[in-house]
Design a binder for this molecule. Sequence first.
Ligand code: SAH
Ligand code: SF4
Ligand code: F3S
Length: 515
Amino acid sequence: MNEEQRLASQQVNQPKPTNAKPEKDYSQYFERVITAPSLKDAKKRGKEEVKYHKDFNIDEEFLAMGNGRKFFIRTYGCQMNEHDSEVMAGIFMQLGYEPTDRIEEADVVLLNTCAIRENAENKVFGELGYLLKYKRQNPELLIGVCGCMSQEESVVNKILTTYQHVDMVFGTHNIHRLPHILKEAYMSKEMVIEVWSKEGDVIENLPKQRNGAIKAWVNIMYGCDKFCTYCIVPYTRGKERSRRPDEIIQEVRELAAQGYQEIMLLGQNVNAYGKDFGDIEYRLGDLMDELRKIDIPRIRFTTSHPRDFDDHLIEVLAKGGNLVEHIHLPVQSGSNDILKIMARKYTREHFLELVRKIKVAIPDVALTTDIIVGYPNETEEQFQETIDLYREVGFEMAFTYIYSPREGTPAAKMNDNVPQEVKKERLHRLNAVVEEFSAAALKQFEGQVVEVLVEGSSKKRDDVLAGYTRKNKLVNFDGPKELVGHLVKVKILEAKSYSLRGEFVEVVHRHGVEV
Ligand code: SAH
Ligand code: SF4
Ligand code: F3S
């Protein structure tokens, strides 16, 4: 019996009720439940060893399943989820399904969900309600929910009671099981649920149907062990586990050979890369030092945690070349008290020192960040410390959020004396500062010639092109659509509020690349 069969068989006849109080008798469903999620189990760390599976393949019995059928995937949340959708699309295609971007022609609809904030979840519940219409029109339609929300017990309970037109729910550790889950769903009239709360494995050789041929995402690690007190991710994505360097380097080489121009390395906490290797001393700095030798114009990574950002990484990034001078470094708050109750495990001073070191090594660096306002009991002074820190660092852009309590996390149990109105007002004030700095950062480019990776033309006019600079600034300029997919030089004429407007200068000729 292999590991998957063992896990499945353990659970088949003894489905575990979830911790949340059932509002309804679920026994009719539990016959079909293979595994239900448990946030408590998801929190355990270190008991299970990470297993590397290199031999993913699809059994012959599944191969014709998708013939004549179409799939539609809607993705919410972060780039990791986007990339998971590419993997699921890859599996669908191997099963013979064709992609469609119209729900009404789909035979399978998957919602790949995000649990990071309440409004992210509400969007999904809204969409699920809306999908009922399609199910009524076509009772053969399969509707599936996957991604981070399916790792939450309360969500699975709610789907069982309120969204009974859903046919399958599967978790972030079960993506490779898609062929089995689909088969179960075709054979059964009841909801198929397969959500492992395990710590997670690393599965190589999964097929990928990438979106576009210019930029590609590459996972370097999975999961998160940081357990910031507000965050659901460590529960939904399992423990930190790194892909082996040779697998990553090989994948990037192949993407370079296929003509991709930019790679985004992905992980919830990429600076923890390699910490889990028992046999080698190899960290993100070492990986970047290898990747920079590959002939591909740009390599980025996201997201870095300030705590694990080490000197060697800074030293390697300072070598430049295809390692771009843009670092996304979420700070969350400028107040030591708030950072402490967030369990971020660094202080304002530590963060500023890190920024200082980065700026000394990479003087031209663009820093961007994430910030949460309205943490439980955040005072006006503590909020001001965040604004002050923002100004002191001079971030060029930020994603800003009002704190959203997530069930099962420590912060959700904290009393909170900050009214929602105050939180909204703080977000508003912070955003005004963010905009002031973004505009100033864009203004600096006026008159300069920048390198732009052209990603597409405007929907309305073929000759209006758009692309991004190394520092991730959006640039629009006039030029022929044949330039899409190429690196070009553009002279910036004008800074707008959120983008730059320029004129085409010339194509950047790289070694071995002809235009
Ligand atoms: N791993 C990344 C963050 C991933 S989540 C990191 O640590 O930097 C992306 C962002 O969502 C976080 O940086 C944080 O700013 C925000 N976020 C996470 N949980 C949140 C919550 N409960 N409420 C509001 N914002 C949250
Ligand atoms: Fe969430 Fe913190 Fe992990 Fe980022 S580092 S994913 S904020 S727990
Ligand atoms: Fe959302 Fe999960 Fe990403 S919670 S932000 S989709 S890791």
